[in-house]
Design a protein around this ligand. Structure first.
Ligand code: ZN
Length: 372
């Protein structure tokens, strides 16, 4: 086990991070309230806030908030949205989104284009860099006003090295995304797997604002999940914790792209469902039976998963759950394994509909804003 030395610089950075997190979660407040909420002394809150004000990270709100006791007024501080901007790049199997946001997630401008799978990944990324430069120029944001670029991609990612190891659906070889974009754009670049980025986004902007232990379940195009434990994403020994798509349905079965056979995903991916539906040749009874079987399999796996992880809630995301009928069907199927579960144990994410920018944004903020 490695221990991070407890030196004054670390303590200061942790306190700085605590203040920024509380402002992100609860919005503008006075220094006095920050001290109360974080448990820091008023003196250190004042000191760190002065530093953050000088750097332009936070700003004082124009209006004065009257305190309950007459005669005294207090000034609120909040994260300064225009302190820096973020270039959010979300590469999905069919589309790629490029969005410029400010520090609070307001969208300045966004474009979407086709993910060109026929191009060499290096050439495609050079094109993305060119589109990004054009977009920045159009909105008049110079590179020194950028915190950096964050990229979310499907599949295996080495975040430390900024490499996409295998997206499965777009390219199957390792691609040094961070190096390519850094060379083209001359800015910081961070790369993260799309599901991990969704978990970061849920932690910063969604359910994680006031909950520490929950699970995210994503359905479509594959099946995946993330475990949030004590307000952190649980990674496991090799970063593969929560890979519910690769739990076994039993011996045999179809070969999965992870190399094993009989994984849940081989039956439940959108591609597998489409294939089964095509084989049903429009027979409505057969189609209904197929869907019921899929929902049952996912409910069964989730039921066991919940017993092991004990989350306070399961947040359902992904295009399959966007269909209200599928969502309701899943909850119904789950109840057949646990009739005591309340409906509110499952919830739709309140942020995932903006995933194309909130996911990479959350990764960027965690990388460069909330920690220093
Ligand atoms: Zn698998």
């Amino acid at each position: 086990m490695k221990y991070k030395g407890l030196n004054l610089e670390n303590v200061k950075n942790n306190n700085r991070s605590a203040i920024l997190n509380i402002l992100n979660n609860l919005g503008a407040m006075s220094r006095k309230d920050i001290a109360e909420k974080t448990g820091l002394t008023p003196a250190s809150v004042t000191l760190i806030c002065t530093e953050l004000l000088e750097e332009g990270v936070i700003y004082e709100l124009g209006e004065m908030v009257e305190e309950k006791r007459a005669g005294r007024k207090k000034i609120s501080v909040d994260i300064n949205p225009t302190y820096k901007y973020i270039l959010c790049i979300c590469i999905e199997s069919n589309e790629t989104y490029i969005t410029i946001t400010d520090c609070k997630g307001h969208v300045i401008k966004s474009i979407v284009s086709e993910t060109e799978k026929s191009m060499e990944p290096e050439d495609f990324l050079v094109k993305i860099a060119g589109d990004s430069t054009k977009l920045l120029w159009e909105v008049g944001i110079s590179k020194d006003k950028l915190l950096g670029a964050a990229v979310s991609v499907p599949g295996k990612v080495d975040r430390k090295k900024g490499i996409s190891l295998n997206t499965f659906s777009i390219w199957t070889k390792p691609v040094p995304i961070a190096d390519i974009l850094k060379k083209e754009l001359s800015i910081n670049v961070v790369v993260e797997n799309n599901l991990k980025a969704s978990a970061e986004s849920e932690l910063l902007f969604g359910y994680g604002k006031d909950h520490d232990d929950f699970v995210i379940l994503k359905w479509g195009p594959g099946v995946g999940s993330a475990i949030i434990m004590r307000h952190r994403i649980y990674q496991g020994s090799g970063g593969l914790a929560g890979e519910i798509g690769h739990v076994s349905l039993g011996k045999g079965g179809k070969k999965c792209n992870c190399g094993k056979t009989g994984c849940l995903e081989t039956e439940l991916s959108v591609k597998a469902i489409k294939e089964d539906m095509t084989a049903a040749a429009g027979n409505k009874t057969k189609e209904k039976k197929i869907m019921k079987d899929k929902l049952n399999k996912l409910a069964f796996a989730t039921r066991n998963y919940v017993s092991l992880v004990d989350p306070s809630k399961v947040i359902l995301i992904g295009p399959m759950f966007d269909d209200p009928e599928v969502y309701a069907g899943f909850v119904k199927a789950y109840k057949e394994y646990d009739e005591t579960v309340p409906d509110c144990f499952f919830a739709r994410s309140k942020v995932a509909f903006n995933a194309s920018h909130t996911d990479p944004l959350a990764t960027a903020l965690n990388e460069w804003f909330f920690s220093k």
